[in-house]
Ligand binder design. Structure first.
Ligand code: PLP
Length: 341
């Protein structure tokens, strides 16, 4: 039995999800008449109290479409240096939006009103790029799955309103945050100009991400999606998985979180583990003793049938997800404590 903790993207669609996909009503989404895609977009927009939504292939695509649509060439995007839009999207901010980036250094990737204010340039100064957009991430992948609460975001929204800045949320794992805080999805619509959520992370879909925002913004993003070759036809097969996941796979994220905490207690017992980041949701990041490289440790784990990713020179990441079982978690404890390290 392989215990795959590399990411919450490794999940396979469940039999019930496959059934929903198989039975989906289809049309041509480029022509706007795939009923299942339209249903998913309307459902997600309503959930977050947003006017409209756009179904896309990946979270990178929805983030990049948002940045491209919000910014003009020469604009500046403020985000944390750990953020996915900067670290893991191939430099897309500069390529797609011709925008520059100001990188704040928050605590575990979390921005605050003060950190943001430090990077807002005066539009009267012709030396500077034009500060245009702030991007938050929730939960924060590189921060070990930590999250913002609504009051923290409201304080940032206020700065954006005062300074005329646009606010986008990379909410690839937003549902992981919401099941912990208990905050309603509807509260998010008024806080952000746009939100990207992923269906292929904790929610267990094979593919898919949604961009949410005002109707005009989504109309423009739909244009850019086509321009990038992201228009798709009978995408209802994939949208059906998304509808199923929003209905059935949100509350169960709590199970992933409790398993992540349980894995944390296992790691505390291991002499090779020096430090474990606080475990807030489904991501566990731990630091090895400095004589042990993450790539070597991950190779040793692989030999024991545990799959993980190196997350820095001495950092390793485990992610819990839908396809893990109690049996696997018990077996993980056995294999981790085998003494050959
Ligand atoms: C996974 C992820 C994305 C999107 O990634 P894709 O693989 O392009 O779907 C965006 N932001 C964060 C924080 C992520 O973890």
């Amino acid at each position: 039995m392989v215990i795959d903790l590399r990411s919450d993207t490794v999940t396979q669609p469940t039999p019930a999800m496959r059934e929903a996909m198989f039975n989906a009503k289809l049309g041509d989404d480029v022509l706007g008449d795939d009923p299942t895609v339209n249903e998913l977009e309307a459902k997600a927009a309503a959930m977050f109290n947003m006017e409209a939504a756009l179904f896309c292939a990946s979270g990178t695509m929805t983030n990049q479409l948002a940045i491209r649509t919000h910014c003009r060439p020469g604009d500046d995007v403020i985000c944390d240096y750990l953020s996915h839009v900067y670290q893991y999207e191939g430099g897309g901010i500069s390529v797609n939006a011709l925008a520059s980036v100001s990188l704040a250094h928050g605590e575990r990737g979390k921005l605050t009103p003060d950190l943001i204010r430090d990077y807002i340039y005066s539009p009267a100064d012709p030396h500077k790029p034009l500060s245009r957009l702030v991007v938050l991430e929730n939960t924060i992948n590189k921060g070990g799955g930590c999250f913002y609460t609504v009051p923290e975001i409201a304080a940032i929204r206020q700065v954006c309103d005062e300074q005329g800045l646009i606010l986008h949320l990379d909410g690839a794992r937003l549902f992981n945050a919401l099941v912990e805080t208990g905050e309603p999805t509807e509260s998010y619509g008024q806080l952000f100009d746009s939100i990207s959520i992923c269906l292929s992370k904790g929610l267990g879909c094979p593919v898919g991400s949604l961009l949410l925002g005002k109707a005009d913004f989504i109309k423009q993003a739909r244009r850019y999606r086509k321009l990038m070759g992201g228009g798709w036809r009978q995408a209802g097969f994939l949208a059906a998985a998304g509808i199923y996941a929003l209905d059935h796979h949100v509350d169960r994220l709590k199970i992933d979180h409790s398993r992540a905490r349980r894995i944390g207690t296992m790691l505390e017992q291991l002499p090779e583990v020096e430090e474990i980041l606080p475990i807030d949701t489904n991501i566990v990041i731990f630091k090895l003793q400095t004589n042990l490289l993450a790539i070597d440790y991950v190779a040793q784990l692989e030999a024991k049938g545990i799959r993980a990713v190196p997350f820095g020179k001495h950092l390793v990441r485990f992610v819990t997800h839908l396809d893990l079982t109690d049996e696997m978690i018990a077996e993980l404890e056995n294999r981790l404590s085998e003494p050959e390290f």
